[in-house]
Ligand binder design. Structure first.
Ligand code: DGL
Length: 261
């Protein structure tokens, strides 16, 4: 049996296209409806109630497309809105924190998590890692400057390398594994590796793509056949977002539809 309905993916902006990139690599036949709330980004500086409300609104909008599954690609929205959206959504919902935390829980030594301020405040990563490994030593670090550096396209740049070094210096030197707990960080891999050669990185987007594949396989709900279609909805259509979005996605973004939440 196959299910050709789309997967609904939601993010605060275009950063979540890194998660779509991971999804399309792993599950190329799946059709995706992507909603980026570009009019209200960033979420990483906002409070719990606001992020939860925005997440529920995004879920309600994606519901119009009859999705077989919703993916919250945004770490911040996963930290603050996943539980509420799970309660309201008729479709199953996967966030990016649980899958990344599941991998982090397997690490024998201390683990660092790089994320936004709001994700740090939520304590969601520590909670999810310690649920699986109660003795885990978790150090969470907000790295707000990495979002604008990624949006500027400074993926492999001495300033990005230095910024990463400056942030990570606040972690104990025994940390040898870092979770990329923000949509924007995977595109910075070249700089991350230059800043900390030998460090192991857990990409929460790739981990989420694996979780999506597992869930669809269990439910016999994978779409087979030709490459899936992609529809991109944004709440603000600035032309800069087209360019940045294409870089995050690793392919042309194509036609963008503007929606009002
Ligand atoms: N998408 C957000 C995240 O993954 C980063 C950008 C924002 O603050 O909205 O946490």
């Amino acid at each position: 049996m196959t299910d050709s309905r789309p997967i609904g993916v939601f993010d605060s902006g275009v950063g979540g296209l890194t998660v779509v990139h991971a999804l399309r690599k792993r599950l190329p036949s799946e059709s995706i409806v992507y909603l980026g709330d570009t009019a209200r980004l960033p979420y990483g500086t906002k409070s719990h109630g606001t992020i939860e409300r925005y997440t529920l609104q995004a879920g309600a909008l994606l519901q119009r497309f009859d999705p077989k599954l919703l993916v919250i690609a945004c770490n911040t929205a996963s930290a603050h809105g996943l539980e509420a959206l799970k309660r309201e959504s008729p479709a199953p919902v996967i966030g990016v924190i649980e899958p990344g935390a599941a991998l982090a829980a397997l690490v024998p030594g201390p683990v660092g998590v790089l994320c936004t301020n709001a994700t740090l405040q939520s304590g969601a990563y520590e909670k999810a890692i310690r649920q699986r490994n109660p003795g885990a030593e978790v150090h969470t670090l907000a790295c707000p400057l990495l979002v604008p550096l990624a949006e500027e396209g400074w993926f492999d740049d001495p300033i990005t390398v230095e910024t990463i070094r400056r942030y990570v210096a606040d972690l104990p030197p025994a940390v040898k594994t870092l979770v990329l707990g923000c949509t924007h960080y995977p595109v910075l891999k070249a700089s991350l590796e230059k800043a900390h050669p030998g460090m192991a990185w857990i990409d929460s987007g790739e981990a989420a793509a694996l979780a999506v594949e597992k869930l669809l396989t269990e439910r016999n709900a994978k779409r087979e056949g030709s490459r899936g279609e992609m529809k991109v909805l944004l709440t603000d259509p600035s032309s800069r977002l087209q360019e940045v979005g294409s870089r995050f996605l690793g392919e042309e973004l194509g036609v963008v539809e503007v929606v009002d939440i």
